[in-house]
Design a protein around this ligand. Structure first.
Ligand SMILES: NC(=O)C1=CN([C@@H]2O[C@H](COP(=O)(O)OP(=O)(O)OC[C@H]3O[C@@H](n4cnc5c(N)ncnc54)[C@H](OP(=O)(O)O)[C@@H]3O)[C@@H](O)[C@H]2O)C=CC1
Ligand SMILES: CC(=O)C(=O)O
Ligand SMILES: [Mg+2]
Length: 589
């Protein structure tokens, strides 16, 4: 048996002993001769040129390498002769993507591209945002998470499980990038409206961070997706032979809290005070507590509570142009009193309080929520979770949504229940009976969980509803008129919001910043959008919108004395734009 010992020699690796296998093919790395119990060294070369350059998604340009680059970087022969520029590559890939009829296949093709050629992936996403958002984000990302174990190819992001307890700092150091600005982290317990998907929730941080880059211009190398795996209570996954996570029920209580605490401390120690940690799709029994616990020591943001609140408030502010009155003139009813529902409710109450100078305890009174047990009223106070208590107003008990609509007579109906088909025909008809222009938001994701479809909202309200939904719906023709539904999704907010925190060097998140983001987004809705009944601008302008949101958030950070990047840039919109990553190829010397 040949004995292998490798040493580095002037940049070349050579074996000091016999390195052929039976005198035949050279076994330079000892792969063939090593038996299973024989240790070998996993050598790699780190210079990105030649073959390794083509396999490095950050620098690979595929057929776009120029003749000069092919010579200078040892690529001759590794590529076919044709040279295609990025524009042509984009055209070819979009053509190929459109051939897939199954959305999940498009998702997989996009993930492959992201792992092959990062700049081309972002070029596609930015230039075709309305077409590709439903692929890399809701609704398709939901299905991808459900099937993550089966479609798993190469790992994306960082997995921190209970096995890593006590060594999370070391795990963070395994990530190849050292300078991280945004982390999106999930524990997979409430993935969209699909419930506990355990470790397979990783699709969500990965998807959210691609939007940070595509929509908000945050450099991909400074984004880190993380999944914390404390087990899952999803029996189907626990019994699935392809499940990629820990095969145990969820850790709770002290064990959970200690792991999260170690994680939060390790992140700060490794990346400093100014890394933004975005909590995503945690179950509400942890989400509110984590946000409260870490908001005074870390730069934390809960997208489901705060980002959703900000995007919905923006839509409401914009909708006043269509429905008239001020925010304080409206009555709000929510189906769903969890993270999204109570988060939105609180931000509406804060905005009304800011506008009217009335105390927030007063302004909350025109906001009502229904949970799985019915309308939240004062007689239920004792048994309510803490985040529901501020909404327990005086009223007799009401069981179902329809009765609640009849009793409360809302002008605005917001679905944040995670349960599809709950805005029934009777509910929508009653909203249309009560209001000239009822505002109906079906926020739950993915499409299967939407409280109603766009078609249902328009037809059941006889064309009266102003409608937006968390996952996209196509325009609907009703009685010869085209109705274009908007997408009320926190994707409008978090990329620009995060960019604003980064460019100002903010060290904490404050509610005032969320209000500023809402106002900035509402200000981007044009007359042309209003004419179509839209309360959100189209995603095709999102990078410009994100720059405006970032500027307002950064301005607020400076005003509140929470910004550390000094001096304050004069024109924050221009500054935000100048900081944005653009995916065009770079020329290599
Ligand atoms: N469009 C967007 O940008 C966003 C959308 N979402 C979506 O919102 C949904 C909810 O998310 P989140 O708030 O975090 O979830 P939570 O689990 O925190 O809250 C869900 C709420 O809905 C209530 N609920 C569940 N079933 C029913 C029912 N049949 N009737 C009445 N109420 C019900 C629950 O009641 P109980 O408390 O009694 O159990 C709970 O109050 C998800 O589908 C998510 O995808 C979330 C964030 C952003
Ligand atoms: C959009 C989003 O964050 C959610 O549905 O959870
Ligand atoms: Mg979410």
């Amino acid at each position: 048996m040949s004995r292998i010992s490798l040493k580095e020699n002037g940049g070349e690796v050579s074996a000091t002993k016999d390195y052929t296998n039976g005198g035949g093919v050279r076994d330079l790395y000892g792969e063939d001769s090593a038996t299973e119990d024989h240790l070998i060294t996993p050598w790699t070369f780190s210079v990105a040129s030649g073959y390794s350059l083509l396999r490095d998604p950050r620098y690979n340009k595929g057929l776009a390498f120029t003749e000069g680059e092919r010579d200078a970087h040892y690529l001759r022969g590794l590529l076919p002769p044709a040279v295609l520029n990025q524009e042509l590559q984009e055209k070819r890939l979009m053509h190929n993507l459109r051939q897939y009829e199954v959305p999940l296949h498009r998702y997989m093709a996009m993930m492959d591209l992201q792992e092959r050629n990062e700049r081309l992936f972002y070029r596609l996403l930015i230039d075709n945002v309305e077409e590709l958002l439903p692929v890399v984000y809701t609704p398709t990302v939901g299905e991808a998470c459900q099937k993550y174990g089966s479609i798993f190819r190469r790992p994306q992001g960082l997995y921190i499980s209970l096995k890593e307890k006590g060594k999370i700092l070391e795990v963070l150091k395994n990530w190849p990038e050292k300078s991280i600005q945004v982390i999106v982290v999930t524990d997979g317990e409430r993935i969209l409206g699909l419930g506990d998907l355990g470790c397979q929730g990783m699709g969500i941080p990965v998807g959210k961070l691609s939007l940070y880059t595509a929509l908000g211009g945050v450099r991909p190398s400074s984004c880190l997706p993380i999944t914390i795996d404390v087990g899952t209570n999803n029996e189907k996954l626990l019994n699935d032979e392809f499940y990629i996570g820990l095969r145990q029920r969820r850790a709770t209580g002290k064990e959970y809290a200690e792991l999260l605490d170690e994680f939060m401390r390790a992140v700060k120690q490794n990346y400093g005070e100014k890394v933004l940690i975005q909590f995503e799709d945690f179950a509400n029994h942890n989400a509110f507590d984590l946000l409260a616990k870490y908001s005074s020591s870390h730069l934390v943001f809960n997208d489901d509570i705060q980002g959703t609140a900000s995007v919905v408030l923006a839509g409401l502010l914009a909708s006043l142009k269509l429905v008239g009155g001020t925010l304080a003139d409206h009555t709000f009813l929510f189906l769903g009193a969890g993270e999204a529902g109570t988060g939105i409710a609180e931000l509406i109450a804060l905005e009304i309080s800011k506008q009217t100078n009335a105390p927030v305890e007063e302004t909350r009174k025109k906001i009502w929520l229904v949970d799985s047990k019915g309308l939240i009223v004062s007689s239920r106070l004792e048994s309510l979770q803490h985040f529901k208590k501020p909404w327990a107003h005086e009223h007799e008990p009401v069981k179902g949504l329809l009765d609640a609509v009849k009793a409360i007579k809302p002008t605005v109906l917001i679905g944040s229940s995670g349960v599809g088909k709950t805005f029934t025909k009777e509910v929508v008809e009653t909203m249309a009976f009560l209001n000239e222009k009822p505002l109906i938001l079906a926020l739950s994701n993915p499409t299967s969980q939407s409280e109603c479809t766009a078609e249902e909202a328009y037809t059941w309200s006889k064309g009266k509803a102003i409608f937006a939904s968390g996952s996209p719906f196509d325009p609907v023709e009703y009685e010869g008129k085209l109705f274009v539904p908007g997408q009320a999704n926190n994707a409008y907010i978090f990329p620009g919001f995060g960019l604003g925190l980064i460019i100002s060097g903010a060290i904490r998140v404050r509610d005032e910043m969320l209000l500023a983001a809402s106002e900035a987004l509402a200000a981007q809705v044009s007359e042309e959008n209003y004419d179509k009944g839209l309360i959100y601008p189209p995603f095709s302008n999102i990078r410009k919108i994100s720059a405006h949101i970032a500027a307002k958030v950064a301005a607020k950070a400076y005003d509140l004395g929470l910004a550390s990047h000094l001096p304050r840039p004069k024109d924050l919109v221009k500054y935000a734009e100048s900081c944005m990553y653009s995916p065009g190829y770079r020329s290599y010397r």
